[in-house]
Design a protein around this ligand. Structure first.
Ligand SMILES: [Fe+2]
Length: 534
């Protein structure tokens, strides 16, 4: 991070606590005198900004500012009338919102849950901004965001965190409280932003509604998650780039196929509701959802230093291999299962796809054209193969890349053949840390290392069984590190010479006041694929 930015961050950090945790501290006369025009005065039953503010999808000249008006978050309509409501936004170059450089008005529509996605253009590249919304007499908390450097810029460094898997019931989001105080440029969320299951009564927290299947149900679920003060603090501190996994809709779904073998037409209606709620609650720069479709894969370029291809591995994938065969309990498996390769030749069908043909072509085209030093695949899963049968024989989990090995090989071979500069994959899903070497053929010791992999543990979701997964490691020599007993995220700092990943962990998620520490640090040197322990 360049010196000026660091100084500015350090000087704002002390005051940031005031506006993030205080929330409404900047509301009132001091701010309202700055608004340029008088508007119609909607009345709210309570503070309409209880879900906080967020920003996302930063470009060199533009960023998306998000909020959703919801004075009663746990109601399907957020406690809002079925009317359009004008919402004003301002973006300034200082945290006191005194040097406003852009402002405007947009409309919060009941059809989109009174969410707001203001795409603000005309901004300067590579700088920090602060922003705020106003509706009626109510002002939102102030959020902080930034633009990316221009494509021809040569930034020295970049710092970001990536997170995934934040089951609300299974723990507190203390990791986000600490993340919000880090010196980062942005955050990636790699999926399982919500979990769709019914409430349980034996966990630290409890879902407020039963498993959602329609728009009101998903809105309530997202709104409950979004009321968490630590999650709000992280969103207010940095722009986010988000993509989804399965639990934003339904466990282990694959395109139109649900894990319960629901009629596909019926499932697509549910998917449409879930996709819409996802859009309504995140700072996405994407066309509005069209029924059960929402294009989420997209690319971000941080000067010539790093390019991020953000992937969607759910919407277009082939159904899980050998789906419908008996799983461990003899029941048909509509989602993932561990299969022995001898029992499932479908795994090796080259026509099966995880990304869909169009997204796969888009990915390879973009990688082939990239001029960035570091080329990052921001996606959901462990990319490395994980043979789950100790000793002879091989068995794989069918819901992640291991269920689509030809599709994975196409990408890893492309990285090798085209000598793509410093490929790195970041992922989540498996609720544990993994550091791996990626190879076109994982079980051929002569196959070269072509990329480096970091998978982050969950924010709060329970980890996979440590002893069981540790027993798989001797059969998977390309995996350098595994740890599932801790919750947290990964902090990455990237410069011209080196990529550094700090595996950040909290002591517990069962109590809300855990401290944070770095469990391990791994580095990738420029031009040398494969992470090394620092
Ligand atoms: Fe998860």
């Amino acid at each position: 991070m360049e010196h000026l930015h660091l100084k500015r961050l350090l000087s704002t950090r002390i005051r940031r606590r005031g506006f993030l945790i205080g929330g409404g501290a900047l509301t009132g006369l001091a701010i309202s005198s700055q608004w340029q025009r008088v508007i119609a005065q909607p009345k709210f039953s309570d503070n309409p900004f209880k879900l906080g503010v967020a920003s996302g999808d930063p470009l060199p000249d533009s960023v998306v500012l998000w909020t959703r008006l919801a004075p009663e978050p746990l109601k399907g309509n957020g406690g809002m009338p079925s009317q359009r409501v004008p919402v004003q936004w301002q973006i300034a170059t200082d945290e006191n919102m005194s040097k406003v450089v852009r402002s405007g008005e947009t409309t919060a529509e009941p059809e989109l849950g009174h969410s707001v996605h203001a795409e603000v253009g005309g901004l300067e590249p590579d700088r920090w901004y602060w922003y705020q919304f106003k509706a009626g007499n109510e002002s939102s908390p102030v959020g902080r965001t930034r633009t990316f450097p221009a494509p021809r810029d040569r930034p020295d460094s970049l710092a970001f965190a990536f997170a995934s898997c934040q089951h609300y019931e299974q723990g507190y989001y203390t990791a986000y409280q600490h993340m919000a105080e880090e010196d980062l440029d942005l955050v990636f969320h790699l999926g399982d932003y919500i979990y769709e299951g019914d409430p349980s009564n034996d966990r630290p927290r409890q879902h407020a509604n039963s498993e959602p299947v329609d728009i009101e149900g998903y809105r309530i679920r997202y709104a409950q998650y979004k009321t968490d003060p630590n999650l709000k603090a992280a969103h207010a501190a940095f722009p986010f780039i988000c993509t989804w996994d399965d639990h934003e809709v339904d466990n282990d779904y694959a395109d139109e196929n649900s894990q319960d073998f629901t009629d596909p037409d019926q499932f697509l209606r549910r998917r449409a509701a879930a996709y819409q709620a996802y859009y309504e609650h995140l700072p996405l720069r994407t066309p509005k959802p069209q029924g059960p479709e929402l294009q989420l894969y997209r690319r971000f370029t941080f000067g010539d230093l790093a390019e991020f291809s953000v992937l969607d591995t759910r919407q277009y994938r082939s159904d899980q291999a050998c789906d419908g065969q008996g799983s461990g309990g003899g029941e048909p498996a509509g989602g993932g299962q561990v299969v022995n390769v001898d029992d499932c030749q479908e795994l090796f069908d080259p026509n099966r796809t995880l990304l869909g043909d169009r997204q796969e072509r888009w990915l390879l085209d973009g990688l082939g054209r990239s001029r960035a030093q570091w080329n990052v695949l921001a996606q959901q899963y462990l990319v490395a193969a994980l043979d789950e049968e100790p000793g002879s024989g091989r068995a794989f989990w069918t819901d992640d890349w291991d269920g689509y090995p030809p599709a994975r090989s196409r990408i890893l071979s492309f990285l090798q053949e085209r000598q793509i500069s410093n490929p790195v994959t970041i992922g989540g899903d498996i609720h544990s840390f993994w550091v791996s070497d990626l190879k076109p053929d994982f079980f051929d010791s002569n196959s070269p290392v072509v990329a480096s992999e970091f998978v982050g543990t969950s924010i709060s979701t329970n980890g996979v069984p440590y002893e069981e997964f540790s027993s798989y490691l001797p059969d998977n020599p390309h995996i350098k590190f595994f740890e599932s007993r801790q919750r947290g995220y990964v902090r990455c700092t990237v410069d011209r010479q080196r990529w550094t990943s700090d595996l950040r962990v909290v002591d517990t998620v069962e109590q809300p006041n855990a401290s944070i520490r770095t469990l391990r640090t791994y580095v990738v040197e420029n031009g040398q694929p494969g992470a090394q322990r620092a």
